[in-house]
Design a protein around this ligand. Structure first.
Ligand SMILES: [Cu+2]
Length: 152
């Protein structure tokens, strides 16, 4: 019990200190009900060059998950819808939760924090970022994707 408390504290400290650092993703978090923080790396698709990372923090008391996503190499000023989908990046799974759209700054970096209902710690799901600014036709093209609970 005590070691779990220490682990949780370390995870929180890492989260606070982490910023946009691309830390190794938390494979150990998959399936462990005591784990409340998960890190996910977003990889580029379709030669977009867009990379990023996400941190999911589950709050059991409120049954909410705070999702912070940071993405780089976007076109400055561009707007990108993002979601959590069911399944894997190689599939076109249904949307489980819509996250706030990312708006790129002048350097092509964007960060957005969303609070959504429920836990995603044990779900087979992925976060993706679309071309935008909407989700119709080619705007739905995926620029980056990352699977929850995956090592790499
Ligand atoms: Cu999506």
């Amino acid at each position: 019990m005590k070691s779990r408390t220490i682990l949780a504290t370390l995870a929180t400290a890492a989260l606070l200190a982490g910023g946009v650092a691309l830390a190794p993703v938390g494979a150990a978090s998959h399936g462990d009900p005591a784990t409340s923080v998960m890190h996910v790396q977003l990889h580029p698709l379709a030669f977009s060059g867009v990379v990023g990372s996400a941190t999911l923090t589950y709050n059991p008391g409120a049954n909410t998950t705070t999702v912070k996503v940071s993405v780089h190499n976007l076109e400055p000023g561009s707007v990108h819808p993002e979601h959590i989908h069911a399944g894997k990046c190689s599939t076109n799974g249904p949307v489980l939760a819509a996250l706030g759209s990312i708006k790129a700054d002048a350097r092509g970096t964007g960060t957005v924090t969303s609070v959504i209902t429920g836990s995603f710690m044990r779900k087979q799901a992925y976060i993706n970022l679309h071309m935008g600014p909407g989700v119709t036709l080619t705007q739905y093209t995926v620029l980056a994707c990352g699977e929850l609970g995956k090592t790499k």
